[in-house]
Design a binder for this molecule. Structure first.
Ligand code: MG
Ligand code: MG
Length: 264
């Protein structure tokens, strides 16, 4: 069942998503070699709660094992998604995707950014740049008159042309009072196929792109998902509303990118 949102609901979704973006901006300020993902998780949880919201991921149920124990997913290098924060200090050259969700006034925010720890290799930086660009290529297709398959095919084309792998087991999703609503939003597809896009549709678009093969394996913690070939992956996610005939991006990377420009 797809719930189209009213203008008022879209503004509530925007508030929740801007809090996610502000949380990821706090991460941007603090991520560096020697820092642990557990300390980033603590910072995120405090920041979210200080702003009157709940960390949506904490206690999120898992059909395969225990509920998610943290407020952010921190997926380092070959970990594609759902990495559990831990005590291993980050090292120069690592990349970490930080996925964050908030529930504020009954509505959910969901956004993800892949951070560089110090200087990373040019090949890995190119993977991150391509994944972010693929996300925007997908968003460019998100307006009434287009279909869901147009979003997926734009992301797929962008990444396949550059020789990257596209994760198929995990996809974007509708978002509202629940973090995961219908429809599913795959990062692959056929142009002109799938559900027609309408004003009021709110979705998270989130390409997960691999440097090598797209094949995955699950870690023993039953959450973390890694590339089977051990090569790195990247993940960027925006929540958008299709609104007044165009894509309205409810989360933002601008404040994160401003921090990155100061650091490099
Ligand atoms: Mg997410
Ligand atoms: Mg999501």
């Amino acid at each position: 069942m797809v719930y189209l949102k009213t203008d008022d609901e879209i503004e509530l979704l925007r508030k929740a998503n801007l809090l996610v973006s502000a949380t990821l901006t706090e991460i941007a300020k603090n991520i560096r070699p020697g820092v642990t993902t557990r300390s980033l998780d603590k910072l995120a949880e405090e920041f979210i709660r200080d702003h009157g919201a709940e960390p949506t991921f904490k206690g999120f149920p898992n059909p395969y094992g225990p509920a998610f124990p943290a407020s952010i997913c921190t997926s380092v290098n070959e970990v594609v998604v759902h990495g559990i924060p831990d005590d291993r200090p980050l090292q120069e050259g690592d990349v970490v995707s930080v996925d964050c969700g908030t529930t504020l006034n009954g509505f959910c925010g969901d956004s993800c950014y892949t951070f560089c720890v110090g200087e990373v290799s040019p090949e890995v930086k190119a993977l991150l740049d391509a994944t972010k660009a693929a996300l925007y290529a997908g968003i460019d297709q998100a307006y009434p008159g287009k279909r869901l398959g147009d979003i997926g095919s734009a992301i797929q084309d962008y990444c396949v042309e550059r020789g990257y792998g596209i994760v198929r087991e995990f996809v974007g999703h509708g978002i509202g009072k629940k973090m995961h609503e219908d429809p599913q939003v795959p990062n692959f597809g056929r142009r002109g196929s799938g559900m027609p896009l309408k004003n009021g549709l709110c979705i998270a678009i989130e390409p997960m792109i691999t440097m090598g093969e797209r094949h995955l394996a699950m870690l023993p913690d039953r959450w973390g998902v890694v590339t089977r070939d051990g090569k790195p992956a990247a993940h960027f996610e925006h929540t958008i509303a299709i609104h007044h005939g165009k894509a309205d991006i409810l989360s933002t990377f601008e404040t994160i990118e401003a921090i990155e420009r100061q650091q490099h």
